[in-house]
Design a protein around this ligand. Structure first.
Ligand code: NAD
Length: 519
């Protein structure tokens, strides 16, 4: 997927590279956004970025190196220490975020198209997402000037003691390919509201929308260096950001393997880290549920976004007494799903975003079959009208899955549902919690007591009762166990970018009689 330039040769670095590219190809060329300007990568190397629907490259993004990361971090550090952003009042900071929210609202349809082209998400979903993303920016715009310390009624005589909450420093945000613009909002909005500057490194598979988005920050009035984006590989540009001594905070969305690696590297310098990782979330359906609503929720949980969401409800835990009847409902919905061009408004299931992910999903289907799971629908590449580019997989359901199987334990990140039967509440709780992940769970029941008991017992960051996939700027989001560390969204997300400083003021003229004894 990642080519050098047209003839496969590395070009010499230098001015004019972009114009050579424009002349040679009709492909769109994206540049890094550093210190308020669009710039070429210092080594002059670029990567193709493909449209998952056609399988064809449609644009090029920089293959940034440690040098680009260094320039971006230096710009970000200067912006938040000596630049105008550092001197701004919190209310003025909030105003910038609000300006940006308005511009995103205006530019939403265009940004949605860029994202659809780059990662194959449905335009129907992206249209809704882009209408909602400004609310995240507005929410943190409002919070910017409500970051308050406290006056502590201190127990020591003649002391006035208070706390201040200060921006942590330069934030590096590393994001996954499945919802790049949403992740920018989740990470950059609270970070900027807190007074931090940011450098974003989007996924090498879907950087275009974030680079396009960067333009909007100029119109919104953000001073140079406050918001930066560099594109490139994770183990090159990404790793350089993780290791950079002037990055104080890392906020990451991606796989647990990469998250653990980043966490280990960050630990060497005791950097602050937030991780939003994978999941193997259960949708738990009791016999007393509204079964039509539950079936719709289960389908939305696993087949929407082609199952490429961290919150995918990839395990259906269904009470044995209704299992067969419930699976029949799912089959009906899955059969009716229209697979095809993500840009068409009536498409339900789009392509898998990357060739590697496509192969991974097919491999997991083989694993499930080898483990003895029963395939009841799908299980193979989708073909037919409107299907191009060899990256489509039919919605797939396995029954007769047991909790110890790999298909019940490991994240597939595709349209593959594992159905596991359970007898009673205790059994359901045991199976639900019997995974290394703890991102989310759905509970479908009409019994309010059971709903509350289940929400107590599930070891996850989010429990949805009689709904699934609801997220909001107001509601904390994040995982337990291997699903991550920290929370995004809601009031508490801003704390992920703040340090608390304790200030002690001696109000008397006295000094300690014995300076060798702690007071
Ligand atoms: P990934 O871990 O491969 O990459 C995520 C980001 O990290 C990319 O920008 C990548 O370039 C970068 N990266 C990779 N190696 C790096 C390194 N050594 N140092 C620094 N940066 C590095 O994940 P992905 O394949 O892009 O995304 C899929 C995964 O993301 C899935 O596991 C999914 O569950 C998870 N995800 C989690 C959430 C959540 O909020 N919990 C949301 C969406 C996706």
């Amino acid at each position: 997927m990642f080519g050098r330039l047209d003839d496969g040769q590395k070009r010499p670095t230098g001015i004019g590279l972009r114009s050579q590219l424009k002349w040679k190809t009709a492909m769109k060329i994206f540049q890094n956004f550093i210190n308020g300007a669009f710039v070429d990568p210092e080594n002059g190397e670029w990567l193709d970025t493909k449209n998952p629907y056609t399988g064809q490259a449609w644009a090029r993004i920089p293959r940034s190196t440690g040098k680009d990361a260094d320039v971006a971090v230096c710009a970000a550090r200067t912006a938040m220490t000596t630049g105008p952003f550092a001197r701004m009042s919190a209310t003025e900071r909030g105003r910038l975020l609000r300006n940006l929210a308005d511009i995103i609202e205006r530019e939403g349809p265009r940004l949605a198209e860029v994202e659809v082209r780059d990662n194959g998400k449905l335009l129907a979903e992206m249209g809704g997402q882009l209408k909602y993303i400004p609310e995240f920016w507005n929410y943190y715009a409002g919070l910017a000037d409500k970051i308050e310390g406290t006056v502590v009624p201190i127990d020591k005589p003649n002391h006035f003691a208070f706390t201040r909450r200060e921006p942590m420093g330069v934030v590096a945000a590393l994001t996954a390919w499945n919802s790049p613009l949403m992740f920018v909002a989740w990470k950059a909005a609270p970070a900027l509201a807190a007074g931090c500057s940011v450098v974003i490194k989007p996924s090498e598979f879907a950087s275009a929308s974030t680079l396009e988005f960067a333009k909007l920050t100029v119109e919104a009035g953000f001073p140079p260096g406050v918001f930066n984006v560099i594109a490139g590989f994770g183990d090159e540009a990404g790793a350089a950001l993780v290791e950079h001594p002037d990055v104080a905070k890392l906020t990451f969305t991606g796989s647990d393997t990469t998250g653990a690696r980043i966490y280990a590297t960050a630990a060497k310098k005791l950097k602050r880290v937030s991780l939003e990782l994978g999941g193997k979330s259960p949708n738990i359906v009791f016999s007393d549920a509204n079964l039509d609503a539950a079936a719709s929720g289960v389908v939305s949980g696993i087949f929407a976004a082609t199952g490429q969401t961290c919150i995918a409800g990839s395990r259906l835990l269904v009470q044995n007494s209704i299992k067969d009847a419930f699976v029949k409902k799912l089959l009906k919905l899955a059969r009716a799903a229209k697979i095809g061009d993500p840009i068409e408004s009536d498409t339900n299931i789009g392509p898998v975003t990357t060739p590697a992910q496509y192969r991974k999903v097919l491999d997991y289907i083989d694993v499930a079959l080898a483990e003895g799971a029963k395939l009841v629908i799908g299980g193979k590449p989708a073909t037919g009208p409107g299907v191009q580019g060899n990256q489509f997989i039919e919605p797939t359901i396995f029954t007769q899955v047991t909790s110890n199987m790999r298909i019940a334990q490991e994240e597939v990140f595709g349209p593959v549902l594992s159905v596991i039967g359970f007898d009673d509440e205790e059994d359901a709780i045991h199976i639900a919690n019997d995974v290394i992940y703890g991102l989310a769970a759905g509970v479908w029941t009409q019994n309010i007591g059971r709903a509350v008991r289940m929400s107590d017992a599930l070891k996850v960051g989010t429990v949805w009762v009689n709904t699934y996939r609801a997220v909001s700027y107001m509601m904390p989001f994040g995982g337990t166990k291997m699903s991550g560390i920290g929370r995004e969204n809601g009031i508490e997300a801003i704390s992920e970018f703040l340090e608390t400083k304790a200030v002690w003021v001696n109000t008397s003229d006295e000094f300690p009689a014995n300076p060798f004894v702690m007071r």
